[in-house]
Design a protein around this ligand. Sequence first.
Ligand SMILES: [Zn+2]
Length: 251
Amino acid sequence: MSVPSLLRAGQDRGVLVEREGSLLASFCADREKGSEAVSPVAIVWPCPLAVDAYAAAGRDVGFPRPACPSCAGPLVFWSGYWRYAREAGRCRKIFVPRLRCARCGVSHALLPAFTLAWRLDVAETVGRVLAEVAGGGCGVRPAAERAGVPYTTARGWVRRFRARARELGVGFAALAVELGGAAVTPPAGAARFALAAIGAAFAAAAGLPGWGRLGAWRFASSVTGGRLIAANTASPWYVVGRRRLMAPVPP
Ligand SMILES: [Zn+2]
């Protein structure tokens, strides 16, 4: 089944109908090639599985059942949908369960940390391109070629990351300190600051059980709810375990 028909089928079943339908609609209107619609109210869990292992397990992945991010009440599994994840040029179909909060009347997609919301490519691929290009190591074209993704897709990631860099830098730097890590001395340039802050926050989180093996980019997806390079950034959360930090407003 193609990605568009899968999405349509999902919409027909109602599994892509979101609390914030307008968000999804506006996203679909301008989404770039290679991206994919998922819930704007996603929860990302720190999944350590390889993409192949996750895909092979289908619906039988040992999914966690976190508390509701809005009210901390219990969530129950509530259907789910299939989407694709692309790694090393290969697309795998993966199952994304949905969790529903009876109290809030809202359902949340439970994404594995190797995904980013609305993105087909896995977090490690996106992160590698961001680190290479935004870090100043090379241009978009060679990074895209190495990652095996279209130039325009990689360019879109980098543009979005740069547009959000100051906010991400401030948020991750605060998270690093919150987790007992080192304060980040901002290097020249917002994008390098964001990269340094993500690195510092991950280094601090790696001292907590389970986080070290995820790698920096799964960590970054987890704590931003998959919104590392999402368009809607009204209130990014940075969540590690049960701890949650509202990012400070950039100065
Ligand atoms: Zn709730």
